[in-house]
Design a protein around this ligand. Structure first.
Ligand SMILES: NC(=O)c1ccc[n+]([C@@H]2O[C@H](COP(=O)([O-])OP(=O)(O)OC[C@H]3O[C@@H](n4cnc5c(N)ncnc54)[C@H](O)[C@@H]3O)[C@@H](O)[C@H]2O)c1
Length: 280
């Protein structure tokens, strides 16, 4: 595998492009928003320049990495990729539209993967003519640092596709768990309700944001509290995940907290918008 494609140049797409470039791939990143593509290129360039200044890279290595990066608005630029990882907004209809387009644009035999945090792989795969080559590859943020990738097969995903995804995970220097194609898979099944519950605790006045995060950090030995983590992930992403779980399971225990909905409606999306449970 030589050419790795990414659709969606947001937080995850940019970070996974970093990983793929560092692992030796030619990387094609697509996004419908040209400003996002510019931001991704600037972010990666600035980061690699910092690595050169710190002596972690030589200038020639950085030039090599950036020369393997292509950014394009059109999905047609992904035609020759061996694998494409979709990293667009966590919205079922947007992802389905992107997969329909990818199926038509990307060469036969290529794997179409999705970084969805919660949406059914089987359902995403159903809009393509190659459901056997569709797989969930759920990276964590920041993908260049976090060790885990959750691999999720849809109903039609073949073992061959799974083995190819496993090989990529290894090339990226990560470990994987195989999760079932169930809403939120394994990680967010546990994690999203925990964050939602922390927001309910804040909403009902059980504690301040600071006390909730301090309790969880010092009491359960995690590096970030749930509200800090939600701000880092993006409150829109957290809400989208818990909404998929509420919708798919039909269980009131996954009801999104009204405060979370209100923050997203106000544009308080966490770090990326400068304001969430904390101000940045
Ligand atoms: N944020 C996290 O912590 C995190 C962690 C793991 C997985 N994820 C998943 O990764 C995916 C992306 O999340 P993110 O946080 O990077 O989102 P983001 O909002 O930062 O980026 C999404 C990008 O998708 C682009 N986009 C939207 N519709 C498009 C289309 N039709 N065609 C091309 N590009 C399109 C947007 O312009 C934007 O650049 C989601 O599925 C999310 O659930 C996020």
């Amino acid at each position: 595998m030589e050419c790795f494609g990414i659709v969606g140049a947001g937080m995850m797409g940019t970070d996974i492009a970093h990983l793929a470039l560092s692992s030796g791939f030619r990387v094609v990143v697509c996004d419908c928003d040209a400003a996002q593509l510019d931001r991704a290129r600037e972010t990666l360039g600035a980061r690699f320049r910092r690595y050169v200044a710190e002596g972690r890279f030589r200038q020639v290595e950085m030039d090599g990495l950036l020369s393997r990066l292509i950014t394009e608005r059109s999905i047609g630029a992904l035609a020759e990729c061996d694998m494409v990882l979709e990293c667009v907004t966590e919205d079922r209809s947007v992802k389905m539209e992107v997969f329909r387009a990818l199926d038509g644009a990307v060469k036969g035999g290529a794997i179409l993967a999705t970084n969805t945090s919660s949406i059914s792989i089987t359902r995403i795969a159903s809009v393509t003519k190659r459901p056997e080559s569709v797989i969930g590859m759920h990276f964590m943020y920041p993908a260049r640092v976090m060790k885990l990738v959750e691999l999720v097969c849809g109903l039609a995903t073949t073992r061959e596709t799974f083995e190819s995804a496993k090989a990529i995970v290894r090339q990226f220097g990560k470990q994987f768990v195989e999760s079932q194609d169930s809403p939120g898979f394994l990680l967010n099944r546990i994690f999203a309700p925990m964050i939602n519950e922390a927001v309910f605790a804040l909403y009902e006045g059980a504690g301040t944001a600071e006390s909730i995060d301090k309790a969880m950090k010092l009491g359960t030995n995690v590096p970030l509290g749930p509200l800090e983590l939600a701000d880092m992930m993006g409150l829109d992403v957290v809400l989208a995940v818990i909404e998929v779980m509420f919708d798919e399971f039909g269980d009131p225990k996954y009801r999104p907290c009204p405060l979370l909905k209100k923050y997203v409606a106000a544009g308080y999306l966490g770090k990326k918008s400068g304001r969430g449970f904390y101000t940045y």
